[in-house]
Design a protein around this ligand. Sequence first.
Ligand code: GSY
Length: 161
Amino acid sequence: MNVAYVSIGSNIGDRLRHLTEAVRGLHFHEGITVTSVSSVYETAPVGFTEQADFLNMVLCVETDLAAQHLLEVCQKIEHGLGRVRDIRWGPRTADLDVLLYNNDNIITENLIVPHPRMHERAFVLVPLLEIAPLMADPMPDEGVLLWKKVNGVDDFLLEGE
Ligand code: GSY
């Protein structure tokens, strides 16, 4: 079994619903089990700053899928939630990034793991460190506010039901 960490962000429309749908999409995929979820953080946009604030969270999953296949599932979920890839760094209904996959180092045309920018992004590291305190060095949490405390996967899967 493989252990991977996935980050999710949304800054268009019903942001919390997009996060919950993304988590459900992963958890109810037959090759994936979501084993832990961070709280939800509201975060100032990084990169292209003239856009709305994001909601971000990080998940740990167990999976028998290869990293590339996990990425494809993430991209299908993004697509299903209406993501259109028009502006680079621009607003999005849902963005799912594979941050870590076991301790593997992977470099392919469309997937680099560990995610090359994760260590400079508080919107990734703050939620990641909440569920996996040893996975990275802490960094200042500037621009990252706790928005919704989450108490486990089952609680989050029922969100909005
Ligand atoms: O890489 C993920 C999409 N994204 C985000 C994000 O999820 N949160 C914040 N705060 N800024 C971002 N800029 C980009 S691009």
